[in-house]
Design a protein around this ligand. Structure first.
Ligand code: ATP
Length: 455
């Protein structure tokens, strides 16, 4: 039975995440570093499992997608060609009275205001500052979200470099390298997981929007005529993946972008939205980017990025269907979906109901007590499990408390060693969700756990 109000979940998760070692504010002892986060021992496992699940689905299981790991720092012309220097901006306004700054889309009726801004007829003289209520907002200023830095010892314009705001561009500029190295025919995709940086004006909602984050992106190169069909196919495939990860169908939906809302490169764009505790928000963007990027890089680099079809002797610039999802944001969605509370005799049992495939620890080994006769056997069992599963060991406090601790971090299975174990070499497997317990001989433990984790 669910007792947690969905709105409370965000707050509860933020505190659980820190207390149990999922996520810490970056540079916390210095007061934090402005919307950057560190993943702790459990968070790093969870996020890695999310990324592995993506890589398995997007690269390993497919015969038409290969991987890439591009550098974060690229030639500065890349970002001129991509349109980011000119277009990757948010309109920013400031209140002349209280000095608070806002993104126009964060103001009340933000969507309408953004429409007005895009068609250059935004008038904010009647809009009250959400902070102080005064009608003293400035005209919007164009604020580029890319972080600027310098390569080499001289800080002049010739040495400018940008921290990439998306991973996609490394794929475009390597299109020919990858195609020739792998001798791929269209359609084929290039997948990549990596850090991206955006100087967000209003970051927030924990790790939902941060300034440094990881993206999992795939660009699928195809014949222009095939792009609309492939766009639909990728939408379906990505929705399937999110469900498989454990996000419930009723908390996922598509949202088509209106024409005036689409990024400068997209002919069609759909978001996969998830119902976070603070509302429906974008989780993933799926775009038909046309031949925009390859054409622009051809224009800016002078190097032709084309595909030659040797069966038809045609030469053309491929279209691209892109799927772009945040690893941190997905990790957070998975945590929100997994959070559950139920009343029990000690008050409330908090459970993170992760699918076993993404749970940070698969198994916890728990001797019934710290008794010196039990501990060596428990340690021996743990040593047997470690090569097979990411696992943990805990011998402090009462066994009931330790089960609860594992429930709270989403460990699907606990293995308990008691005094009977010393006689019959059997242990108890306890299931997180049903709390059911079964006895299994130690020699059969690894296959028994493997089977249960697969179920
Ligand atoms: P938003 O509208 O939320 O700013 P966006 O439309 O700019 O996102 P895309 O450029 O399509 O996002 O990026 C693809 C994905 O990367 C997003 O769906 C999201 O999961 C992730 N992402 C983008 N910006 C951030 C951020 N600041 N923090 C965490 N994840 C992000």
């Amino acid at each position: 039975m669910k007792t947690a109000l969905r709105e409370d979940v965000a707050e509860k998760l933020t505190s659980l995440a820190k207390r149990r070692g999922f996520v810490f504010p970056s540079s916390e002892i210095y007061g934090g570093a402005g919307a950057t986060w560190d993943f702790g021992p459990l968070g790093v496992e969870l996020k890695r499992n999310v990324k592995d699940a993506w890589w398995r689905a997007m690269v390993q299981y497919r015969d038409d997608v290969v991987g890439l790991d591009g550098a974060i720092l690229m030639h500065p012309r890349v970002w001129e060609a991509s349109g980011h220097v000119e277009n990757f901006i948010d309109p920013l306004v400031e209140c002349r009275n209280c000095r608070h700054r806002f993104r126009v889309d964060d103001l009340p009726k933000g969507d309408e205001l953004m429409d007005a801004w895009r068609s250059k007829r935004l008038d904010l003289s009647d809009t009250a500052c959400p902070n102080c209520g005064e009608r003293k907002l400035t005209d919007p200023r164009r604020f580029n979200l890319m972080f600027k830095t310098f390569v080499g010892p001289v800080e002049d314009e010739a040495a400018v470099a940008w921290l990439r705001p998306e991973t996609a561009q490394a794929v475009y500029v390597n299109f020919e390298n990858v195609q020739q190295a792998t001798r791929r025919r269209l359609p084929f995709g290039i997948a990549q997981i990596g850090k991206a940086f955006r100087n967000e004006i209003t970051p927030g909602n924990f790790i939902f929007r941060s300034r440094e984050f990881e993206q999992m992106e795939m660009q699928y190169f195809c014949r222009p005529d095939d792009a609309p069909r492939l766009f639909e196919e990728w939408k379906a495939e990505r929705m399937r993946w999110h469900r498989e990860l454990g996000l419930p169908a009723e908390r996922l939906r598509f949202r088509e972008h209106a024409e005036n809302e689409r990024a400068h490169y997209a002919a069609a764009a759909t978001d996969v939205e998830f119902e976070f505790p603070f509302g429906w928000k974008e989780l993933e963007g799926i775009h038909n980017r046309t031949d925009y990027d390859l054409r622009r890089h051809t224009e800016y680099s002078g190097k032709k990025l084309e595909y030659f079809d040797d069966t038809t002797s045609e030469r053309f610039v491929p279209y691209v269907v892109e799927t772009a999802v945040g690893a941190d944001r997905t990790t957070y969605a998975v945590m929100c979906a997994a959070y559950d509370e139920e009343p029990d005799k000690e008050g409330i049992r908090v459970v993170l109901r992760f699918r076993p495939q993404i749970a940070p620890y698969k198994v916890a080994v728990l001797p019934l007590s710290k008794n010196e006769r039990l501990v060596p056997t428990a340690r021996e069992v743990w040593a047997q499990l470690r090569p097979n599963f990411i696992s943990t060991y805990d011998e402090t406090q009462a066994i009931g408390r330790r089960y609860r601790r594992q429930d709270e971090i989403g460990t699907p299975l606990c293995v308990t060693i008691d005094f009977e174990t010393l006689e019959d070499r059997q242990v108890t497997i306890r299931d997180r969700d049903s709390m059911a317990q079964i006895r299994v001989p130690i020699v059969e433990l690894v296959p028994a756990l493997t089977e249960k984790l697969r179920a």
